[in-house]
Ligand binder design. Structure first.
Ligand code: TYD
Length: 401
């Protein structure tokens, strides 16, 4: 295949088999679903890791079930991210901020009193409705040069464009970049936050691979993408959110560029640890974890233990489907998102129920498929008076809490 960033040849590094899109929960236990190959490839020219087969954005996002959860961990992260952008001088009181893929607008809600104006853009109608009802001005559209022009005409030119965890969700990042270069002011900042490939491979997060995640960005692949569009990476910052994320800050080439030393520091580290061998190790670990989880669940079931999953996450669906677990072994999944409750996880047909229902009659074990909220969820369960259920944590290595 060709790299979707730099067009060089790519090589397969991991094949997770045929799976349905991870966020496509089913309305009925009898629903039939389509599956698509889930294959990861590496471009050794720009160190982009991408899916070989990408589904169209229209198919995935026009009606989307992923709603950013209300979480103390996320609120803390918003504070951290805003603090970094503000102390670095990238965001100011007078800034007009546009967020791409703004979902229900939680981040914009957090910053709106700290800046002059905020506008979101998101393609999912159901999600834009929630954001607008919450008072966060949100345009319902895909972000590209056409919608960028609409934003420019209706709202003006932003000082900062933020795209959090959405650049990986589009099979053609050049379309997003054209939207950015159409819209951004001459001295404006582009801030992209994404899961960081180095964390993904170092923490064995093979479950982050699913159809909605079409790209696994490294500093080198992001630099290659930015350079093609006349933008320069000027700063990077990392955080623990979503299993390890990176924030890329970029500016237009021609606007007085000062590059923060963090770029080279992270780059040097990345050059040592992201390569063909480390991706091979990552694939080996995926198979190892698959074997361990499969064996553990089988043994627990043989001794009569009950197991639910906690978190109807996309990554959980990759894990369950790769291991081959279904409602036969795990009857229920608990999740706080109302739109997911009453539905069934794709391929495994595990029924999703609300947290209070699951906690009323708890199982012996929870397979923690939302391991990125590990402390928050375990505390919640313990505070609800449940000291009985144990947690199987699958990532970065299989262990029980
Ligand atoms: P997320 O971590 O965004 O996973 P992915 O990107 O893999 O889909 O989703 C977290 C899920 O966990 C979401 O559906 C809400 C659920 N959740 C709970 O059920 N309880 C909680 O306390 C938290 C924090 C999340």
């Amino acid at each position: 295949m060709a790299c979707r960033i730099c067009n060089s040849f790519t090589e397969e590094v991991l094949n997770l088999g045929l799976t349905p899109p991870a966020n496509s929960l089913l309305d009925s236990s009898l629903a039939v679903q389509q599956t698509f190959p889930l294959v990861l490839e590496l471009c050794e020219s720009c160190y982009n890791v991408q899916l070989r087969d990408c589904l169209s954005s229209e198919e995935l996002y026009l009606k989307y079930l992923y709603i950013t959860p209300e979480s103390t961990m996320l609120t803390r992260h918003y504070r951290y991210l805003y603090g970094y952008l503000e102390s670095s001088g990238y965001i100011k009181k007078e800034s007009f901020v546009v967020e791409v893929g703004s979902n229900v607008g939680l981040f914009l809600k957090f910053i709106r009193n700290k800046v002059s104006r905020v506008v979101g853009i998101d393609p999912a109608e159901n999600i834009c409705k929630i954001a607008n009802e919450a008072g966060v001005d949100t345009i319902c559209d895909f972000f590209n040069s056409e919608s960028a022009l609409i934003i420019r005409d209706q709202y003006g030119v932003p000082d900062i464009i933020i795209a959090r965890h959405c650049f990986a969700h589009n099979s053609n990042p050049h379309v997003l970049m054209k939207g950015v270069t159409t819209l951004l002011s001459d001295s404006g900042y582009l801030v992209i936050e994404n899961s960081y490939l180095l964390n993904t491979i170092e923490n064995n997060e093979f479950d982050q691979v699913y159809h909605e995640h079409m790209f696994y960005y490294s500093i080198r692949s992001m630099m290659a993408l930015l350079n093609i569009h006349g933008l320069r990476l000027i700063d990077v910052m990392t955080s623990l959110i979503h299993g390890g994320s990176i924030v890329f800050v970029a500016k237009r080439e021609n606007d007085g560029i000062i590059i923060n030393p963090s770029v080279n520091e992270y780059l040097e580290c990345e050059q040592m640890f992201i390569n063909r061998q480390s991706l091979k190790n990552f694939a080996d670990k995926a198979y190892e974890i698959r074997g361990q989880i499969g064996k553990l669940i089988k043994n627990l079931r043989n001794t009569g233990k009950t197991i639910y999953t906690y978190g109807a996450t996309a990554k959980g669906n990759t894990l369950l489907n790769f291991v081959g677990l279904t409602c036969n072994e795990i009857p229920l999944c608990i999740d706080s998102t109302p739109g997911k409750q009453g539905k069934y996880l794709p391929q495994s047909y595990i029924k999703v129920i609300p947290e209070d229902e699951g906690l009323l009659n708890p199982p012996d074990y929870f397979l923690l498929t939302a391991w990125n909220y590990r402390d928050e969820i375990i505390n919640k369960v313990r505070e609800a008076g449940n000291y009985h259920s144990k947690f199987i944590i699958p990532i970065p290595f299989v262990h029980i809490v």
